[in-house]
Design a protein around this ligand. Structure first.
Ligand code: ASP
Length: 584
């Protein structure tokens, strides 16, 4: 038996008990005649004591030579501590050691195994197994476990069945590039790793499974923006014989359950907003509604004077910054510089101070009188003491820019509180989105999403205007889930592929299996998927997902610990009938 107790559970009630503990040496303090060692395991830290009077000379020597992170086992007696530590559960006791076994020595770790470590991100990733010994990472992984357990509990209770689907498949278009795997047994042929189990879960509905879920890895070969992972986890779900409302209710229920069980927070019915309204009011399809600062469109009240910048703009739009009139000129100039950074890309910013006495002072006073500015204040909801920030330009761009400013200001004003939860359904997304690069429409969600009833015809005349039965769940400004009601008949699905520019041959080659299945009695169905990594991070009050993933990859898609990806040898290439063609 390696241990009778763990390092987090002994307290005053155990005094005089003989115990055996095992763990890592967190640190030791050597006073010559007495040595204290903090012994750590997953559960906590227990103090060990060796002293000249009660410990043999040999063991004293051994204790004095214990290095950080040595793995040891001790037997001893629980005794009361002379100076107690009220900050840890084991702080009232220590173990007077009678037997010390060194189970394994350890090299000095490259960074301190402390909550606040001296190790930077790169080194921590290289030695992730040491990083996992630290409380912040360890606790994040335990937290993730708790969330996934609650997901499984809830969905199982609601009658969902967890079914595993294969990883070696064929492309599932979710808008990213596929990771591919060469097949040795089928020369020149490749599997694609799933971007999601989308087609399989639809086939499970045709198979009559009715309510499916899976906590599943998905793979997307994208250029990694900060805080994305090439492999990530979804809570993937699908239901048959349902309407959109049933899905929203089921997964609102799941989210509410998680907030309650994991965070102890009760949330009212989730508000819903139309995609078009989200774009108009927040410039964003995943608005953070923990705070207001809604957009006020100003075309009508700003395009009647000689200010050509506004007159030539497709959209003039502003937000009121609460208390922003207290900003100095210098601070406002900095804000203007901020929106002009290439990452945001605005050409400039007009502002208007709302003075306490009800007057206004704008950066374009040459063109606008007090009455005009009062209308700006009305449109943006600005009150005395606020600052109105206004951007103008091409609609889509200017909305994105003002949205970035809104988030930045909210962050600075402390309005994005991690312990506040504001979920929101965003509804009725466009079915298609225009891709500048390929100059084609792409499915905004994926090609299996059904258009709103009666809008199929519109596809021919005004494709961009067609709305889909598609919805996203947004939490605190993050998209945590999204899904849709699916097309479930072969004709509509063929039509969709056709509109998306697939030839019938391509559609058949890629998705023939699905269209075949649709001929054998496909029930009406729909579903959604939650991004588990992000969901866990948000519930955990963090912005970054990495600490909630045991072995994450860096921004170049590398695992720096195992050093992957890596070349394969010539024999392997040969076996796979592959030849490299690397351009210098
Ligand atoms: N497969 C979709 C995704 O990964 C989710 C869904 O439509 O259910 O975003």
């Amino acid at each position: 038996m390696y241990r009778s107790h763990n390092c987090g559970e002994l307290n005053a009630s155990h005094i005089n008990k003989e115990v055996t503990l095992a763990g890592w040496v967190q640190k030791s303090r050597d006073k010559g005649f007495i040595v204290w060692v903090d012994l750590r395991d997953r559960y906590g830290i227990t103090q060990l004591v060796f002293d000249e009077e009660r410990t043999s000379k040999d063991m004293m020597d051994q204790a004095q030579n214990l290095g950080r992170e040595f793995v040891i086992q001790v037997k001893g007696t629980v005794i009361e501590r002379a100076s107690k530590n009220p900050n840890i559960p084991t702080g009232e006791i220590e173990i007077l050691v009678s037997e010390l076994n060194i189970l394994n020595e350890a090299k000095l770790p490259p960074f301190t195994i402390e909550d606040k470590t001296d190790g930077g991100e790169d080194i921590r990733m290289k030695y992730r197994y040491l990083d996992i010994r630290r409380n912040p990472v360890k606790n994040s992984l335990i937290f993730r476990h708790k969330v996934t357990q609650e997901v499984r509990n809830y969905l199982s209770k609601e009658g969902f069945i967890e079914v595993e689907t294969p990883y070696l498949i064929k492309s599932t278009p979710e808008g990213a590039r596929d990771f591919v795997v060469p097949s040795r047994m089928n020369e020149g042929q490749f599997y694609a790793l799933p971007q999601s189990p989308q087609t399989f879960k639809q086939l499970l509905m045709v198979g009559g499974m009715d309510k499916y879920f899976q906590i599943v890895k998905c793979f997307r070969d994208e250029d990694l923006r900060a805080d994305r992972q090439p492999e990530f986890t979804q809570i993937d779900c699908e239901m048959a014989f349902i309407e959109q409302e049933d899905i929203l209710n089921a997964f609102e229920g799941l989210t509410r359950h998680l907030l309650k069980e994991v965070n102890g927070v009760e949330v009212d019915k989730f508000p819903r907003i139309q995609y078009d309204d989200a774009m108009r009011l927040y410039g964003n399809d995943k608005p953070d509604i923990r705070f207001g600062m809604e957009f006020g469109e100003l075309n009508e009240v700003a395009q009647h004077k000689d200010f050509s910048v506004f007159n030539s703009a497709e959209l003039v739009v502003g937000i009121a910054v609460p208390g922003g009139n207290s900003y100095t000129r210098k601070e406002i100039d900095k804000l203007i510089d901020w929106v002009k950074r290439p990452q945001v890309g605005a050409l400039g910013m007009v502002y208007c101070r709302c003075n306490e006495d009800g007057t206004f002072k704008s950066s374009v006073d040459k063109f606008y009188v007090q009455d005009d500015l009062a209308k700006w204040a009305e449109a943006t909801g600005a009150k005395a003491g606020d600052l109105i920030c206004i951007l103008s330009g091409v609609k889509n761009k200017v909305r994105a820019q003002l949205s970035a400013l809104r988030m930045e200001l909210a962050e600075r004003l402390g309005l994005r509180k991690p312990d506040e939860f504001a979920p929101l359904w965003v509804m009725d997304f466009p079915l298609l989105e225009w891709d500048e690069e390929t100059e084609r429409y792409h499915a905004m969600h994926h090609p299996f999403t059904s258009p709103k009833p009666g809008q199929l015809e519109l596809l021919k005349t005004d494709p961009g205007a067609v709305k889909a039965n598609a919805y996203d769940l947004v939490l605190n400004g993050n998209e945590i889930g999204g899904g849709s009601i699916r097309i479930h008949d072969k004709e509509t699905q063929s039509l969709m592929f056709d509109y998306l520019g697939f030839t019938p041959e391509e559609a058949k080659a890629q998705f023939g299996f699905l269209m075949d299945a649709f001929q054998y009695g496909a029930p009406p169905h729909g579903g959604l998927a939650f991004g588990l990594d992000r969901l866990v991070a948000i519930l955990g009050g963090q912005e970054t997902i990495r600490d909630f993933i045991a072995f994450p990859k860096n921004n170049s898609g590398r695992d720096v610990m195992i050093d992957a990806p890596a070349p394969i040898d010539d024999n392997q290439l040969e076996e796979l009938s592959l030849k490299l063609n690397i351009k210098e």
